[in-house]
Design a protein around this ligand. Structure first.
Ligand code: GLY
Length: 320
Protein backbone atom coordinates (compact mmCIF):
# COMPACT_ATOMS: atom_id res chain seq x y z
CA UNK A 1 0.00 0.00 0.00
CA UNK A 2 1.20 3.46 -0.78
CA UNK A 3 0.08 7.02 -1.44
CA UNK A 4 2.15 9.56 -3.36
CA UNK A 5 1.48 13.23 -4.06
CA UNK A 6 3.03 16.40 -5.37
CA UNK A 7 5.25 18.24 -2.83
CA UNK A 8 2.30 20.42 -1.70
CA UNK A 9 0.21 17.30 -1.04
CA UNK A 10 1.96 15.65 1.91
CA UNK A 11 -1.16 16.07 4.03
CA UNK A 12 -3.21 14.64 1.15
CA UNK A 13 -0.95 11.57 0.83
CA UNK A 14 -1.07 10.96 4.59
CA UNK A 15 -4.85 11.29 4.72
CA UNK A 16 -5.29 9.12 1.62
CA UNK A 17 -3.02 6.42 3.03
CA UNK A 18 -4.89 6.43 6.35
CA UNK A 19 -8.27 6.15 4.59
CA UNK A 20 -7.14 3.44 2.17
CA UNK A 21 -5.71 1.47 5.12
CA UNK A 22 -9.04 1.58 6.89
CA UNK A 23 -11.31 0.41 4.09
CA UNK A 24 -11.85 3.35 1.73
CA UNK A 25 -11.42 2.68 -1.98
CA UNK A 26 -8.21 4.11 -3.49
CA UNK A 27 -10.31 6.68 -5.38
CA UNK A 28 -12.30 7.83 -2.34
CA UNK A 29 -9.03 8.03 -0.42
CA UNK A 30 -7.14 10.23 -2.87
CA UNK A 31 -10.12 12.53 -3.50
CA UNK A 32 -10.55 13.00 0.28
CA UNK A 33 -6.81 13.66 0.64
CA UNK A 34 -6.81 16.30 -2.08
CA UNK A 35 -9.86 18.00 -0.50
CA UNK A 36 -7.54 19.09 2.35
CA UNK A 37 -5.40 20.99 -0.15
CA UNK A 38 -8.46 22.36 -2.02
CA UNK A 39 -9.61 23.76 1.35
CA UNK A 40 -6.30 25.47 2.19
CA UNK A 41 -6.51 29.25 1.53
CA UNK A 42 -2.71 29.52 1.60
CA UNK A 43 -2.31 27.14 -1.37
CA UNK A 44 -2.43 29.60 -4.27
CA UNK A 45 -2.72 27.03 -7.05
CA UNK A 46 -5.60 24.82 -5.93
CA UNK A 47 -9.24 25.20 -4.87
CA UNK A 48 -10.32 27.88 -2.38
CA UNK A 49 -7.68 30.64 -2.41
CA UNK A 50 -6.34 29.68 -5.84
CA UNK A 51 -5.16 32.58 -7.99
CA UNK A 52 -7.85 33.79 -10.42
CA UNK A 53 -7.94 34.22 -14.18
CA UNK A 54 -7.19 37.57 -15.83
CA UNK A 55 -10.71 38.78 -15.02
CA UNK A 56 -10.24 38.06 -11.30
CA UNK A 57 -12.45 34.95 -11.34
CA UNK A 58 -11.26 31.63 -9.89
CA UNK A 59 -11.77 28.79 -12.40
CA UNK A 60 -10.87 25.27 -11.29
CA UNK A 61 -9.91 22.13 -13.24
CA UNK A 62 -9.73 18.57 -11.88
CA UNK A 63 -10.02 14.94 -12.86
CA UNK A 64 -10.12 11.52 -11.27
CA UNK A 65 -9.28 8.09 -12.62
CA UNK A 66 -10.00 4.68 -11.13
CA UNK A 67 -7.72 1.83 -12.22
CA UNK A 68 -10.03 -0.96 -11.07
CA UNK A 69 -12.81 0.20 -13.43
CA UNK A 70 -10.50 1.90 -15.94
CA UNK A 71 -12.81 4.89 -15.87
CA UNK A 72 -12.27 8.55 -15.22
CA UNK A 73 -13.80 12.02 -15.57
CA UNK A 74 -12.87 15.66 -15.40
CA UNK A 75 -14.39 19.08 -14.88
CA UNK A 76 -12.87 22.24 -16.32
CA UNK A 77 -13.25 26.00 -15.79
CA UNK A 78 -15.57 25.30 -12.87
CA UNK A 79 -16.44 28.40 -10.85
CA UNK A 80 -17.73 28.77 -7.26
CA UNK A 81 -17.21 25.16 -6.10
CA UNK A 82 -14.07 24.49 -4.06
CA UNK A 83 -13.84 20.71 -4.53
CA UNK A 84 -13.64 20.07 -8.29
CA UNK A 85 -12.10 16.61 -7.76
CA UNK A 86 -15.26 15.55 -5.90
CA UNK A 87 -17.40 16.93 -8.73
CA UNK A 88 -15.31 14.94 -11.23
CA UNK A 89 -15.76 11.79 -9.14
CA UNK A 90 -19.54 12.27 -9.12
CA UNK A 91 -19.48 12.80 -12.88
CA UNK A 92 -17.63 9.50 -13.31
CA UNK A 93 -19.96 7.65 -10.94
CA UNK A 94 -23.33 9.10 -11.94
CA UNK A 95 -23.06 9.60 -15.69
CA UNK A 96 -21.72 8.06 -18.85
CA UNK A 97 -19.67 11.22 -19.59
CA UNK A 98 -16.01 12.01 -19.06
CA UNK A 99 -15.68 15.82 -19.26
CA UNK A 100 -17.86 18.81 -18.36
CA UNK A 101 -16.80 22.44 -18.66
CA UNK A 102 -17.83 25.85 -17.34
CA UNK A 103 -21.54 26.46 -16.88
CA UNK A 104 -22.42 22.81 -17.51
CA UNK A 105 -19.95 21.66 -14.85
CA UNK A 106 -21.41 24.18 -12.40
CA UNK A 107 -24.96 23.05 -13.12
CA UNK A 108 -23.92 19.44 -12.54
CA UNK A 109 -22.30 20.44 -9.22
CA UNK A 110 -25.45 22.36 -8.23
CA UNK A 111 -27.61 19.34 -9.03
CA UNK A 112 -25.42 17.36 -6.66
CA UNK A 113 -25.77 19.90 -3.86
CA UNK A 114 -22.19 21.16 -3.79
CA UNK A 115 -22.11 24.47 -1.90
CA UNK A 116 -21.36 27.61 -3.95
CA UNK A 117 -19.13 30.37 -2.63
CA UNK A 118 -16.74 33.10 -3.66
CA UNK A 119 -13.41 31.27 -4.03
CA UNK A 120 -11.38 34.49 -4.34
CA UNK A 121 -9.68 35.16 -0.99
CA UNK A 122 -8.51 38.63 -0.07
CA UNK A 123 -4.90 37.53 -0.55
CA UNK A 124 -5.57 36.16 -4.05
CA UNK A 125 -7.51 39.34 -4.94
CA UNK A 126 -4.59 41.54 -3.81
CA UNK A 127 -2.18 39.48 -5.89
CA UNK A 128 -4.41 39.72 -8.95
CA UNK A 129 -4.72 43.50 -8.52
CA UNK A 130 -0.94 43.84 -8.18
CA UNK A 131 -0.54 41.87 -11.42
CA UNK A 132 -3.06 44.11 -13.21
CA UNK A 133 -1.36 47.29 -11.98
CA UNK A 134 2.20 46.24 -12.85
CA UNK A 135 2.02 44.26 -16.05
CA UNK A 136 2.04 47.09 -18.58
CA UNK A 137 2.80 50.78 -18.99
CA UNK A 138 0.28 50.98 -21.81
CA UNK A 139 -3.04 50.63 -20.00
CA UNK A 140 -5.13 52.68 -17.56
CA UNK A 141 -3.60 51.29 -14.38
CA UNK A 142 -0.92 53.10 -12.35
CA UNK A 143 1.76 51.10 -10.56
CA UNK A 144 1.29 50.93 -6.76
CA UNK A 145 2.95 53.84 -4.98
CA UNK A 146 5.46 53.07 -2.20
CA UNK A 147 2.88 53.63 0.54
CA UNK A 148 0.45 51.22 -1.20
CA UNK A 149 2.98 48.46 -1.63
CA UNK A 150 2.17 45.16 -0.05
CA UNK A 151 5.58 43.66 0.72
CA UNK A 152 4.38 40.03 0.80
CA UNK A 153 2.77 40.37 -2.59
CA UNK A 154 5.70 42.27 -4.07
CA UNK A 155 8.13 39.61 -2.77
CA UNK A 156 6.06 36.80 -4.28
CA UNK A 157 6.05 38.43 -7.70
CA UNK A 158 9.78 39.20 -7.52
CA UNK A 159 10.79 35.67 -6.52
CA UNK A 160 8.14 33.42 -8.11
CA UNK A 161 6.64 35.20 -11.07
CA UNK A 162 9.04 37.62 -12.70
CA UNK A 163 12.26 36.33 -11.13
CA UNK A 164 14.97 33.86 -11.95
CA UNK A 165 12.70 30.87 -11.28
CA UNK A 166 10.86 32.10 -14.35
CA UNK A 167 7.13 31.98 -13.76
CA UNK A 168 7.18 29.03 -11.32
CA UNK A 169 4.48 30.87 -9.44
CA UNK A 170 2.15 30.81 -12.43
CA UNK A 171 1.43 27.13 -12.06
CA UNK A 172 1.08 24.70 -9.19
CA UNK A 173 -1.64 22.05 -8.85
CA UNK A 174 -1.95 19.06 -6.51
CA UNK A 175 -1.79 15.42 -7.61
CA UNK A 176 -2.36 12.35 -5.42
CA UNK A 177 -2.25 8.63 -6.32
CA UNK A 178 -3.04 5.65 -4.13
CA UNK A 179 -2.39 1.94 -4.33
CA UNK A 180 -4.82 0.15 -2.03
CA UNK A 181 -4.31 -3.09 -0.11
CA UNK A 182 -5.53 -5.23 -3.03
CA UNK A 183 -3.15 -3.51 -5.48
CA UNK A 184 -5.83 -1.39 -7.17
CA UNK A 185 -4.70 2.08 -8.26
CA UNK A 186 -6.48 5.43 -8.47
CA UNK A 187 -5.48 9.07 -8.70
CA UNK A 188 -6.71 12.64 -8.91
CA UNK A 189 -5.31 16.01 -10.00
CA UNK A 190 -6.83 19.36 -8.96
CA UNK A 191 -5.80 22.93 -9.81
CA UNK A 192 -6.78 26.54 -10.25
CA UNK A 193 -4.59 26.48 -13.37
CA UNK A 194 -2.13 29.11 -14.46
CA UNK A 195 -2.38 32.32 -12.47
CA UNK A 196 -4.10 35.12 -14.39
CA UNK A 197 -4.84 32.82 -17.34
CA UNK A 198 -7.22 33.74 -20.14
CA UNK A 199 -10.81 33.25 -18.99
CA UNK A 200 -11.91 29.78 -20.06
CA UNK A 201 -8.37 28.44 -20.46
CA UNK A 202 -8.28 24.74 -19.67
CA UNK A 203 -5.00 23.08 -18.74
CA UNK A 204 -3.87 19.48 -18.53
CA UNK A 205 -5.30 18.63 -15.10
CA UNK A 206 -8.86 17.71 -16.16
CA UNK A 207 -7.73 15.83 -19.27
CA UNK A 208 -7.32 12.07 -18.89
CA UNK A 209 -3.90 11.07 -20.23
CA UNK A 210 -2.43 14.55 -19.78
CA UNK A 211 -2.73 15.62 -16.12
CA UNK A 212 -3.20 12.05 -14.87
CA UNK A 213 -3.60 8.49 -16.04
CA UNK A 214 -3.97 5.06 -14.47
CA UNK A 215 -3.77 1.56 -15.79
CA UNK A 216 -4.13 -1.02 -13.05
CA UNK A 217 -1.76 -3.41 -14.86
CA UNK A 218 0.96 -0.79 -15.42
CA UNK A 219 0.83 2.11 -12.96
CA UNK A 220 -0.23 5.72 -12.48
CA UNK A 221 1.21 9.06 -13.46
CA UNK A 222 0.10 12.58 -12.65
CA UNK A 223 1.61 15.94 -13.27
CA UNK A 224 1.93 19.50 -12.07
CA UNK A 225 3.50 22.41 -13.91
CA UNK A 226 3.11 23.90 -17.36
CA UNK A 227 0.00 22.13 -18.60
CA UNK A 228 0.27 22.96 -22.28
CA UNK A 229 3.51 20.90 -22.47
CA UNK A 230 1.61 17.92 -21.05
CA UNK A 231 -1.32 18.39 -23.39
CA UNK A 232 0.90 18.18 -26.46
CA UNK A 233 2.62 15.00 -25.20
CA UNK A 234 -0.16 13.30 -23.22
CA UNK A 235 2.62 12.84 -20.70
CA UNK A 236 0.76 10.86 -18.06
CA UNK A 237 -0.56 8.33 -20.58
CA UNK A 238 2.81 8.06 -22.30
CA UNK A 239 4.70 7.57 -19.02
CA UNK A 240 2.34 4.79 -17.89
CA UNK A 241 2.76 3.11 -21.27
CA UNK A 242 6.55 3.27 -20.87
CA UNK A 243 6.23 1.59 -17.47
CA UNK A 244 4.13 -1.11 -19.13
CA UNK A 245 7.03 -1.82 -21.53
CA UNK A 246 9.36 -2.36 -18.56
CA UNK A 247 10.84 1.05 -17.77
CA UNK A 248 11.18 1.96 -14.10
CA UNK A 249 9.10 4.93 -12.87
CA UNK A 250 12.12 7.24 -12.85
CA UNK A 251 13.27 6.23 -16.35
CA UNK A 252 9.73 6.55 -17.74
CA UNK A 253 9.35 10.00 -16.20
CA UNK A 254 12.74 11.26 -17.40
CA UNK A 255 12.07 9.97 -20.91
CA UNK A 256 8.89 12.08 -21.04
CA UNK A 257 10.73 15.16 -19.80
CA UNK A 258 13.41 14.64 -22.48
CA UNK A 259 10.74 14.36 -25.18
CA UNK A 260 9.06 17.54 -23.95
CA UNK A 261 12.39 19.41 -23.73
CA UNK A 262 13.30 18.33 -27.29
CA UNK A 263 10.03 19.66 -28.73
CA UNK A 264 9.65 22.84 -26.66
CA UNK A 265 8.73 25.80 -28.87
CA UNK A 266 11.45 28.40 -29.37
CA UNK A 267 9.64 31.13 -27.41
CA UNK A 268 9.58 28.87 -24.33
CA UNK A 269 13.33 28.15 -24.31
CA UNK A 270 16.03 29.88 -22.29
CA UNK A 271 19.33 31.16 -23.69
CA UNK A 272 20.74 27.60 -23.50
CA UNK A 273 17.82 26.11 -25.40
CA UNK A 274 16.22 24.48 -22.35
CA UNK A 275 12.51 24.87 -21.39
CA UNK A 276 11.91 27.97 -19.28
CA UNK A 277 8.97 26.32 -17.55
CA UNK A 278 8.88 23.64 -14.88
CA UNK A 279 6.96 20.38 -15.04
CA UNK A 280 6.91 17.48 -12.59
CA UNK A 281 5.65 13.94 -13.03
CA UNK A 282 4.74 11.64 -10.13
CA UNK A 283 4.74 7.96 -11.00
CA UNK A 284 3.56 4.88 -9.12
CA UNK A 285 4.33 1.49 -10.69
CA UNK A 286 1.85 -1.33 -10.13
CA UNK A 287 4.66 -3.14 -8.24
CA UNK A 288 4.58 -0.31 -5.68
CA UNK A 289 7.78 1.44 -6.83
CA UNK A 290 7.45 5.22 -7.16
CA UNK A 291 9.37 8.24 -8.47
CA UNK A 292 9.05 11.98 -8.89
CA UNK A 293 10.85 13.69 -11.76
CA UNK A 294 11.17 17.40 -12.48
CA UNK A 295 12.18 19.38 -15.54
CA UNK A 296 14.00 21.71 -13.13
CA UNK A 297 15.22 20.66 -9.71
CA UNK A 298 15.34 20.73 -6.83
CA UNK A 299 11.74 19.56 -6.33
CA UNK A 300 10.10 17.02 -4.06
CA UNK A 301 7.49 14.28 -4.04
CA UNK A 302 5.32 13.40 -1.01
CA UNK A 303 5.18 9.71 -0.12
CA UNK A 304 3.23 7.83 2.54
CA UNK A 305 3.61 4.10 3.22
CA UNK A 306 4.23 1.84 6.21
CA UNK A 307 7.28 4.00 7.04
CA UNK A 308 5.03 7.06 7.42
CA UNK A 309 4.72 10.30 5.45
CA UNK A 310 7.74 12.13 4.08
CA UNK A 311 9.08 14.33 1.28
CA UNK A 312 11.68 12.79 -1.05
CA UNK A 313 13.74 14.47 -3.74
CA UNK A 314 12.56 14.29 -7.32
CA UNK A 315 15.09 13.36 -10.01
CA UNK A 316 15.64 16.49 -12.10
CA UNK A 317 16.39 16.71 -15.80
CA UNK A 318 18.08 20.09 -15.24
CA UNK A 319 19.34 21.82 -12.10
CA UNK A 320 19.01 25.55 -11.52
N1 GLY B 1 -0.79 21.90 -14.71
C1 GLY B 1 -1.76 22.86 -14.38
C2 GLY B 1 -2.13 23.74 -15.48
O1 GLY B 1 -1.35 23.95 -16.40
O2 GLY B 1 -3.22 24.25 -15.46
Amino acid sequence: MKAIASHNGLAAAQRAYELASTGSSPLDACVAGVALIEDDPEELTVGYGGLPNEDGVVELDAAVMDGRLHRGAGVAALQKVRHPAQVAQRLMEQTTRALLVGEGALRFAQANGFPEENLLTDKARRMWLYWKRTRSNFDDWRRPAADETDLDVEHWFATRFYGQAAREGRHGTVHCAVQGPTGDLACTTSTSGHAFKLAGRVGDSPILGAGLYVDNEAGTCGSIGHGEANLTHLSSFAAVELMRTGLSPVDAGLELLRRIAAKTPEHERDENGRPKFNLQLFLLHHSGAHAGVAMWGPKQIAVCDEQGGRLEDCTPLYER
